[in-house]
Design a protein around this ligand. Structure first.
Ligand SMILES: [Zn+2]
Length: 977
């Protein structure tokens, strides 16, 4: 049907209708007159439909109330009165996206699905949740999701527990999170951006039940909402549903959720804060220094795009002038920056890590003088062109990985819509882009530096320095505070706390009644596609190289993956392989100095990526295919330039510039120092599997082993740098050969000729040395390490290789993953244990890992893993209905059927080829999943039991916590020296 501006449709008045050519979309903006709700529909030819409802939720303090409400509305509602409808949907819907997100000033509830019936179900559950949540009358919900006093018995120690409380303790264990919090606090002392919307663990326990309810009552009303619909859906029918099922029951009212502007400062604010490190850890070169500037406004589209590009020009490439100036001045080891959008007053950050506190002033002066010099003398035109080009490539490509496109558009709309402006200004980017491209030659960016960065005193200089005492001090103070609180309680109050703890525990342990669970709508197995999606691969040969062509529509972009087998690299040199991936493209080549190289890459292509990974064998699970992978993309017409550059980088990189190599190694070390705790889940899973499997042992060389390797290199760079350079050159020579190359290309069939014609540009530059595989004598043994950090939560992993234990892979294991993740581990480790989450993963190669993240516990979690078999033995026909099984199967299929971009499809097909997994194997796995019965799950108890009894264990976490469980570990390792 056709919609007319000014007309009313089911209570929605159409106020604006426009075509947005940039995203090929018909946009319609409505107001629901009775309730005051706003609604934006983007009509696109995309079956991955998106719905979301967002509210403007500016917090006034750091208790994390918006974040806790976000968790809590999903804990049951009027029509769906069960403990966690959200979890039921994850278990058993065909969603392609389902989540809720808290931002500094808004809370979003988005869902996506390709199935119409499913889409409506998801909308219904989410709308009921936000408007009629049970949290309003159930105090246990704040206790569980937010915080509560935990007191199991009179003699026990009183503690705080809660999902968000622990989640944020985990977040605040990484220095980058503390730094970000300090930056916003310094820059916006008088507005909502100065407080922590996620919650600062120190203040979370200040939140009362009354404040919690009041926050929901104030902000969760249609008049304060932003409803979004996207995709090829029936708009009229959806408007009708929204009106009749929800909005007709609300009357518009005035809600004060406006976000005031921070009054600019007269002069730069300076702030130095601390972050905890282990007492023994060195404090040298561990300070972060940043200069932060409130620059531009989210509601000004051209400046918003221009400042994003400016940040890229100044900082993001090895050719970037501000990056270079800071490194040349010896200020820190790593330079980072960002232009953070999605707040009314976006912020430009320039920073260094790996610095020292006495360098704060020098840092500020270097930034200021470099900016002034660039503004006066002008930026390098080629650099500007290259940055603008790479931005344009990504804007037009609109490749958002496995996130639904509609969701990304939704977020861009909110960047202006939330502040009462036209929601389409950032999506309709053509005019801004055009102007920037035109004006770039006439000093556009230089002017931006002047007006937004130099002549702007709304700045904060924020430094974060390591402190070996505060971690222990904060822990002691918290212990004291809680002990004193307990001391001050009367007998009756103590009894009350014990009672509350018990009531909460009972609620958590009591399953929902089956008739209530059945209120959550469920699809049937017949709604699911029985056939696995076909991976299309046409095998060709070019220049004696096997080429896998995946023909599909890509909008004239060619996605090329080059796989160089690294089987000839000696065991001792494996960490160098990972180092090579980190520095390639950032050192000089025979043809270009590194700064020019990156400009060429950004002018002609969509960028290159390098990584190393070993693919596990399937037939022989002890075997693996180790690869150095070059990922590249470019417009089809640019393939000759692209292959020329890749040939130059792989065949002719020079590792002789000692100064540059040192700079890069220091930078890698600094990045790991900051990120290692955040990567905890990956680090422990990889480390654990390296105790049982050669392929995992290989890949672990890119994790903790790599970090330790880089740290050791950095200790004595001066005397070893020549040798490091020689080794890198030797490794590169061994790897980049035509004989061990496999290529994957995703593009339209008719464009393949461009690939075939330009491929020799690359192969001509590669060696053709005969391939001699190196033997790897990996030391595979249960080291069971405890990895000690200053973190406040743990990552606990246990696992084994089930094929070594005599079992075979079966599709039912995928269903078991869903069951464990969203039922057993969810209840025991998240709901009862207070961790952020836990999962189990089974691979065809036999590798299986159970892992928890941001977990306050350690031994209790291991006990939960060990008791999995007991849970599975109770997975009987009496306990598990057919409906439950259907739900788990649908949830499993939905996680496997997430829509993929052309690039991801091509990569998945490459992986299947390398691992020798056929279409028939994939269909068999799908058939097995669809046919899984309760009995099949129960029968996996023996396998899981054997896995746990094999007793391979790895934990990363707080030093005290690990030492307290020392007996469990074979070795204790200090992560950061
Ligand atoms: Zn959360």
């Amino acid at each position: 049907m056709s919609f007319k501006t000014g007309q009313n449709y089911h209570g929605f008045k159409l106020v604006d209708a426009r075509r947005v050519a940039e995203i090929n979309s018909e946009a319609k903006l409505f107001v629901h007159e009775q309730s005051g709700a706003r609604l934006l529909y983007l009509g696109n030819d995309d079956d991955n439909k998106v719905f979301s409802i967002s509210f403007r939720t500016p917090p006034a303090d750091s208790t994390g109330v918006p974040h806790i409400v976000e968790h809590s509305v999903l804990c049951g509602s009027r029509k769906f009165p069960i403990k966690e409808p959200f979890v039921e949907l994850v278990k058993g819907s065909l969603n392609t996206f389902l989540n809720a997100m808290t931002f500094p000033d808004k809370t979003m509830y988005p869902v996506a699905s390709r199935n119409e019936k499913d889409f409506r179900n998801l909308m219904d559950v989410y709308l009921d949740a936000v408007f009629y949540p049970l949290m309003l009358e159930t105090p246990e919900i704040l206790m569980q999701e937010g915080w509560h006093y935990e007191l199991p018995d009179k003699a026990a120690e009183l503690t705080y527990k809660g999902v968000v409380y622990n989640e944020m303790k985990g977040v605040f264990s990484s220095p980058d999170a503390i730094l970000e919090h300090q930056i916003y606090a310094a820059l916006f002392p008088d507005t909502t951006y100065g407080v922590e919307s996620g919650g600062d663990p120190e203040y979370i326990p200040d939140l009362t039940q009354e404040q919690f309810i009041a926050f929901h009552q104030k902000y969760y009303h249609p008049a304060n909402s932003y409803i979004f619909l996207y995709g090829d859906l029936d708009l009229d029918d959806n408007l009708k549903f929204l009106n009749e099922a929800y909005l007709k029951d609300f009357e518009a009212k005035k809600i004060d959720s406006a976000i005031p502007l921070q009054k600019p400062f007269a002069k730069t604010v300076v702030k130095v804060a601390d972050y905890p490190v282990s007492p023994e850890e060195s404090k040298k070169d561990k300070t972060f220094i940043t200069l932060n500037i409130a620059a531009g406004k989210a509601t000004e589209p051209e400046g918003y795009l221009g400042l994003m590009m400016l940040e890229h020009i100044l900082l993001e490439t090895p050719a970037a002038p501000l990056r270079k100036a800071l490194l040349d001045a010896g200020l820190g080891k790593e330079v980072f920056g960002s232009y953070s959008k999605s707040i009314l007053q976006p912020t430009m950050t320039f920073g260094v890590s790996g610095a020292n506190p006495e360098q704060v002033t020098a840092f500020q002066e270097t930034v200021q003088s470099t900016l002034a010099k660039l503004a006066n003398e002008g930026l390098d035109p080629k650099l500007v062109e290259s940055s603008v080009n790479i931005f344009e490539f990504h804007l037009r490509e609109a490749n958002y990985g496995n996130r639904p496109k509609g969701l990304v558009y939704n977020m861009k709309c909110l960047d202006s819509w939330l502040y009462d402006q036209d929601p389409l200004i950032h999506l309709a980017y053509e005019a801004s882009l055009d102007k920037i491209k035109r004006e770039a030659k006439n000093g556009y960016f230089e002017q931006l530096i002047k007006s937004c960065l130099l002549e702007n005193s709304h700045q904060a200089l924020v430094a974060l320095q390591p402190n070996g005492e505060i971690g222990a001090r904060q822990a002691a103070e918290l212990k004291e505070k809680l002990a004193a609180y307990k001391e001050g309680l009367s007998e009756a109050e103590i009894k009350q706390l014990i009672h509350q703890t018990k009531v909460l525990k009972e609620r958590q342990e009591t399953p929902d009644a089956p008739e209530k669970l059945e209120l959550i709508p469920l699809l049937e197995l017949k709604d699911i596609n029985k056939e696995v999606e076909e991976l299309v691969t046409e095998k060709r040969t070019e220049q004696d190289v096997t080429v896998l062509l995946h023909p599909m529509f890509t909008n004239k972009i060619a996605y090329v993956n080059l796989y160089f087998s690294t089987g000839a690299v000696a065991e001792v040199e494996l960490p160098y392989l990972f180092l090579l991936a980190d520095i390639l493209g950032k050192v000089d080549t025979g043809k270009y100095p590194y700064a020019d190289l990156v400009k060429e890459v950004n002018i002609h292509t969509g960028g290159f990526n390098y990584d190393v990974l070993a693919y596990p064998g399937v037939a022989d699970y002890e075997s693996y295919a180790p690869m150095f992978r070059v990922k590249a993309k470019a417009l089809v017409g640019k393939l000759p330039e692209m292959f020329g550059l890749i040939g130059d980088i792989t065949g002719d990189s020079l590792f002789t510039d000692a100064g540059r190599l040192k700079e890069l190694i220091r930078e890698i070390k600094a990045v790991w120092d900051t990120a290692i705790f955040r990567r905890g889940q990956q680090v422990v899973a990889s480390r654990l599997l390296s105790y049982v499997s050669p392929v995992a042992k290989f890949n672990e060389n890119g994790q903790l082993t790599y970090y330790k390797f880089i740290a050791a290199l950095e200790e004595d760079l001066d005397s070893n740098i020549q040798e490091i350079g020689r080794t890198l050159a030797a490794v590169a020579k061994t790897v980049f050969n035509r004989d061990n190359l496999l290529a994957g290309i995703t593009c339209e069939s008719e464009d393949y000729k461009n690939f075939a014609q330009s491929f020799p540009v690359l192969t001509g530059k590669l060696g053709t040395k005969p391939y001699k595989p190196a033997k790897h004598y990996f030391d595979i043994q249960a080291r069971n390490e405890g990895l000690m950090t200053s973190g406040k939560v743990q990552y606990v992993a246990k696992g084994a290789n089930f094929r070594r234990l005599g079992y075979n892979y079966h599709g039912s294991m995928k269903v078991l993953e869903t069951i464990l993740r969203y039922d057993y581990l969810w209840n025991r480790i998240r709901v009862q244990g207070g961790a952020y989450g836990a999962f189990a993963q089974f691979d065809r190669s036999g590798n299986v890992v159970f892992g928890s993240y941001r977990d306050p516990n350690l031994e209790e979690t291991i006990k939960v893993y060990d008791e999995t078999a007991r849970y599975l033995n109770n997975f009987t026909a009496e306990n598990i209905s057919k409906r439950e099984m259907t739900k788990y199967i649908i949830g499993t299929i939905s996680s496997m059927d997430t829509p993929l971009t052309p690039q991801m499809k091509g990569e998945r097909a490459d992986t299947a080829y390398i691992r020798n997994i056929s279409q028939a194997d994939l269909q068999q796995e799908r058939d097995e999943i669809l046919a899984t019965k309760q009995q099949d799950i129960k029968e996996l108890a023996a396998l899981v039991d054997d896995v746990m009894k094999a007793n391979y264990l790895c934990v990363m976490g707080g030093e005290q916590k690990i030492k307290a469980s020392q007996a469990l570990f074979g070795e204790l390792v200090t992560v950061i020296d």
